[in-house]
Design a protein around this ligand. Structure first.
Ligand code: HEM
Ligand code: FES
Length: 352
């Protein structure tokens, strides 16, 4: 972490972000209910609200899923990423409003507890046309709840990064459950084909962005020249690394960020301890590698955050010979000091 990083701070940027988000949702719901009542005068306000909240939630979920790959493809989207968690929590709250209204509307007027009724009122699992789609929405809502409830950095620290990240990867399970929930639901309700078409376009956008950013990362990995020298691998030349910046290379399946700063070259893992941000896309600021996503900082020689922070990433041995940079593919334990490769004067001058 860095001194510049504040886990919870309502700065101006966040307030504007949340204001735009809240206004967008109010506008969307207003338009959805207003236009829905005009187009379909027989629809009750409850039905319009259920559909309005549900479609707004799934729309936001698409935005949430697109932000990660968009930022990898083009850093200008990074401001959206800083507050992605607000979008995630809002998605959950909208889904909760939708689910609660649906439970009241469809399950609260019988003898059974609405939650029991949700699971037992339709058990035609063998029929595609009548499949019980609502439990799928419930399962997705449980996942969104777990993610919203653990979204604060407090949980990231206490659950440990691997568990927290695994939990938050469940967003893709929730997405698949919701696609099934909506698709199977549409088969049963007299819903407009616009919803199915929009959902199809949304899926294509999410999938394409993920594939494109994966392809870009693969190209970066492949671009690394692998010439072994005493087990060290040649990764690039010194002048290919901009000053105070890094070149990202892939060694033995692991992404490594090779930084050039103050006439030295050091290599650390490319994966930020906070939320897997790409450290190699960050800059060296005040002598520390600064993650482009939320500003966590690491010393390039040790991979450790400056005191009082305790995050650490693995480091790699580096050599520079004849203007070429060689990195040992074996990661050293997180926080291990590695002597940087010192550039001779002409190498520093050539790249200044
Ligand atoms: C307890 C959880 C849930 C229940 C009981 C539930 C129930 C329903 C029902 C009854 C419908 C059909 C409504 C109609 O056509 O009038 C529906 C549709 C839908 N649901 Fe859910 N749902 C739940 C969770 C979710 C969540 C978490 C999301 C999104 C994040 C979601 C998104 C949608 C969408 C987009 C539709 C299609 C809206 C439309 O019919 O126009 N649902 N759901
Ligand atoms: S600071 Fe958040 S991912 Fe690096």
């Amino acid at each position: 972490m860095s001194v510049g990083y504040k886990a919870v701070s309502w700065n101006r940027q966040k307030r504007i972000y949340d204001l735009v988000l809240a206004s967008g949702i109010v506008l969307y719901l207003g338009l959805f209910v207003g236009l829905g009542a005009l187009v379909n005068p027989n629809a009750t306000i409850e039905t319009l609200l259920i559909r309005g909240f549900g479609t707004c939630a799934i729309l936001l979920l698409h935005v949430v899923l697109c932000i990660g790959p968009l930022c990898r493809l083009q850093p200008r989207w990074l401001p959206l990423l800083y507050n992605r968690r607000h979008l995630g929590v809002t998605t959950f709250l909208l889904g909760l409003a939708h689910g609660t209204f649906a439970l009241i509307q469809f399950h609260s007027f019988g003898n059974l507890n609405p939650l029991v009724s949700l699971f037992v009122s339709n058990t035609r699992y063998e029929s595609l046309a009548n499949f019980p789609f609502q439990p799928l929405g419930f399962a997705a809502l449980v996942i969104l709840f777990l993610m919203a409830a653990t979204s604060h950095d407090f949980w990231l620290t206490n659950l440990t990064a691997p568990i927290w990240k695994a939990l938050h990867m469940l967003v893709y399970v929730a997405y698949v459950l919701l696609i099934a929930h909506v698709t199977l639901g549409v088969l049963q309700a007299e819903t407009s084909p616009i919803l199915a078409a929009t959902l199809g376009v949304g899926m294509i956008v999410v999938l394409s962005l993920h594939l494109l950013s994966a392809q870009r990362e693969q190209a970066t990995d492949a671009a690394c020249t692998k010439i072994a020298k005493d087990d060290f691998i040649e990764v690039c030349t010194v002048d290919e690394i901009p000053n105070n910046r890094a070149r990202i290379v892939s060694l033995a399946g692991e992404r490594v960020a090779v930084f050039k700063y103050d006439g030295k070259v050091s290599a650390i893992s490319n994966v930020c301890q906070h939320q897997n941000g790409p450290l190699g896309e960050g800059k060296v600021i005040d002598g520390c590698v600064t993650c482009p996503w939320h500003g966590f900082q690491y010393r390039p020689e040790t991979g450790a955050s400056p005191a009082p922070f305790t995050e650490k990433v693995p480091t790699f041995q580096v050599r520079v010979t004849d203007g070429k940079v060689f990195v040992h593919p074996q990661p050293q334990p997180p926080g291990t000091f590695i002597e940087p490769a010192y550039l001779v004067t002409n190498e520093v001058e050539a790249t200044a």
